[in-house]
Design a protein around this ligand. Sequence first.
Ligand code: RIB
Ligand code: CA
Length: 314
Amino acid sequence: MSRRPLIVDCDPGQDDAVALLLAFAAPEEFDLLGITAVAGNVPLALTESNARRIRDLGGRPEVPVYAGCPRPMVREPVTAERIHGATGIDGADLPEPVRPAEAAHAVDFLVETLLSAPEPVTLATLGPLTNVALAIVKNPAVLANLHEIVAMGGAIGTGNVTASAEFNIFADPHAAHVVFEAGAPLTMIGLDVTHQAIATPPRLEAIRALGTAPAAAVCGMLDLYGAKNMAAYHHGAPLHDPCVIAWLLQPDLFEGREMRVDIDIADGPCFGRTVCDVRGRSGRPANARVLERLDADGFFALLTERLARLPAGA
Ligand code: RIB
Ligand code: CA
């Protein structure tokens, strides 16, 4: 089986960090072309340096990291330190990154790579969609070489940052509108699925038992992230972003269906909501595959087995 050309756009964030480690642990499945960082959970300076720290922890210093957009397209910036802590990856005490980010802007990297890649590229997005939207606006020809976009974001049901909106969409709904209207094959992995991926104590203990540096960092992060989520949402640590990589590795863990999704960009209580036309009432063609169900035990078995493949570290 040929390796899937992949770019991961992220805003680390503890769950982004686990998703990156899962991607690093799949060198036979992914040709990881680069990581692009975007402002989201914490400001860009932290998301890009966090991405580089996780790259080192995963034993993949050769994967280039690009810093992208420091703010959303239109709305005022919002962040999520109350969930992720001041560093964005509180709970993982990681050393300074071994090498700097690349000089190119992430949007330019996305445009140039998508225009020149010999095979269509998959884009896994784990944060607000600002980088991706601006790449599409800057040069729509990139869409011709996009295999698919797999985006953690949105919800059929209620939100997590407001009653209606999920954070990645709420943080830049105008960017999400551009991406959902672009016509690229799109899989939306929203809260309906990711709130089934809860890192319960037994699941965390199975990871901790690996006894490696990556496993210790993951458990340190998820212990803290879980406590913050428990306080905020009465869930344990929901592994939102790793679901994106798990979908690419083992799609039979998930179930979903095609449907029309519109992004509410009007001021008001539904600002940033993904309006999912579950019953086809809009009469408009589907623009996304929306995942709804997850085999959670299978997901954690995959995650734990793959984390065990990473370099044990110091
Ligand atoms: O709503 C969850 C999403 O927002 C995740 O990607 C998390 O990392 C934050 O970015
Ligand atoms: Ca994220």
